[in-house]
Design a protein around this ligand. Sequence first.
Ligand code: SF4
Ligand code: SF4
Length: 166
Amino acid sequence: MFLFRWFPSGMFRSLGVAFKNLFRRSITIRYPHVRAHIPERARWAVEINYDEDGMHRCTACRICEKECPNHLIDIDVALGEDRSRHIKRWYYRRGGCMMCGLCVEACPTDAIKMGHDYELAHANPDLLEYDLLTDVAAYKRARTPRPADTAATQSQNQRGESNRDA
Ligand code: SF4
Ligand code: SF4
């Protein structure tokens, strides 16, 4: 009985666990020699969403700037004499970004997106702050008539036709 109490059963149990794991498939990878597969919907830092012609779609409305809970976006906009907008600087402080995606969801023109690059670490914190756009004209959306305007125009046209018939 005394001998049984001092028998190192824990040691054999741990050896058993180690032996079992020798033949299991590894769940780690040899990064950076092997890169992990990132799911399509994973999101990392904010990026500009360029279209197929390489054009951005930022209208400089500054909604994203107001939506960011951490105040990481700062858009410097200049107004031209013809009231056109010019983006002097689209500044993004990535170091404080929690990748919530609220700015992307709020953007009315899909001008920004959450990127897929996960190798974002830098020893120098200055490299975590940068301009996504500099000195570019803001995107101008084609104007579509509002439903109210369309209805008013149709009733005007109908009134004009009935006057002509009279
Ligand atoms: S990125 Fe989108 S929400 Fe932000 S200023 Fe440009 S158009 Fe507006
Ligand atoms: S992803 Fe979230 S925290 Fe990062 S810039 Fe956009 S709103 Fe701000």
